[in-house]
Structures are given as structure tokens and as C-alpha cells.
Design a protein around this ligand. Structure first.
Ligand SMILES: [Zn+2]
Length: 191
């Protein structure tokens, strides 16, 4: 009985990890992060950051392609190998695909949308225009909102999601936190 349970769990964990490979690995390479302040410091709103939000969006969708791997292997394992492992893989990857598809249909948002990139671009434009909040406008993304470091004005009420920077809360703790939150912000917006 326990053996079956552990095999199912093993399949489920493997499928969960495989579908998160793009999000967990690619953006965290050292060469990809030299232009950003290290995690968990505030991050300056510039074109690099806006590009990064769009990259995170791409990695989020690439996760669906990666979820097809455990879906196929799970099916093969169900048919020819260990049924519990196969069922575990199949359940988790199928659930991921279904939940992301239904999220699209219901209009639910993931943390790195094109709209968010556009709103950040507007904040950047405004900080460089005549409508800037103060003469030395310097917008940074804090944990709970985008704020000007000079005058402290809240410029965009969006908590900061994971931006793919290598995490400073330790490899294991950072990894577990990412696994549990899927990169979503851990605080609510200030509204
Ligand atoms: Zn300001």
C-alpha cells in the first residue's frame, strides 16, 4: 500500500518539477542577471526589467510545453511500466494544463502579463516626462508596489512577483518557496 502511495508521489513530484524547468532554470543563469540588482533588493524600472517581465511570461507558457513530457511518459508508464508513477505524472501534468487553460478562458491572470509590462512602461515614461512625481523621480519595484525612492509616491499598486533573479533566501528555501508560490507575489497589493 505504502509502496503504491510513494510511487504515485514520486511521479507527481517529477511531473511538477519538469513543468517548472523553464521558470526555475533559464532566467536564473548568471549572465541573464548582471543588469539587475541582486534579489531581494528593489529593482529599478527600466527597459531591462520590462523585457524580463515578458521573458517570465514566455517561460510561464513554455511550462505548458514541458508539461507534455510527463504527460506522455506518464501514459507510457501507465501502459507498460509502473501504474502508480504513471498515474502520478499524468494527474499533475494534466492538472497543470487544465488549470492554465481554464485560467485563460476565465480571464484569470498569471503574474507576468503583457498588460503588466505595458503598465511598467507607462510608469517609466511618466518618470522621464514633465508629469514626473518629483524632480529626481527614480521608480523602483519594491515587494508590495512600484514606488519612487526620492519622494516615496506609490506609482503602481502591484506587488512584485518572482522575476527570475537567483534567490538570496538560500538555494533550498528559495526553491521550496518558488515551488509553493509558482512565482506569485507573497504579499497582497496595498489597496
Ligand atoms: Zn518621486
Amino acid at each position: 500500500m505504502w509502496a503504491i502511495f510513494f510511487e504515485f508521489l514520486l511521479g507527481a513530484v517529477v511531473a511538477h518539477l519538469i513543468s517548472r524547468v523553464p521558470f526555475l532554470t533559464f532566467p536564473r543563469l548568471r549572465a541573464w542577471n548582471v543588469q539587475f540588482s541582486p534579489h531581494p533588493e528593489h529593482i529599478y524600472i527600466d527597459s531591462h526589467l520590462i523585457q524580463r517581465v515578458l521573458h517570465m511570461r514566455a517561460f510561464y507558457w513554455l511550462g505548458m510545453v514541458f508539461a507534455l513530457i510527463p504527460l506522455v511518459f506518464g501514459w507510457l508508464s501507465l501502459a507498460h511500466g509502473s501504474a502508480p508513477i504513471g498515474f502520478g505524472m499524468w494527474t499533475v501534468s494534466g492538472w497543470l494544463l487544465l488549470s492554465r487553460l481554464t485560467a485563460v478562458i476565465s480571464g484569470e491572470e498569471h503574474p507576468w502579463t503583457k498588460q503588466l509590462a505595458m503598465r511598467l512602461q507607462l510608469v517609466k515614461n511618466e518618470s522621464e516626462s514633465e508629469n514626473q512625481c518629483c524632480p529626481f523621480s527614480f521608480p523602483v519595484w519594491e515587494v508590495s508596489a512600484v514606488r519612487c525612492t526620492t519622494c516615496g509616491k506609490n506609482l503602481l499598486n502591484v506587488p512584485r512577483p518572482d522575476l527570475g533573479r537567483p534567490r538570496k533566501d538560500g538555494k533550498i528555501r528559495g526553491f521550496i518557496r518558488l515551488m509553493l508560490t509558482d512565482g506569485r507575489p507573497i504579499v497582497a497589493s496595498e489597496e
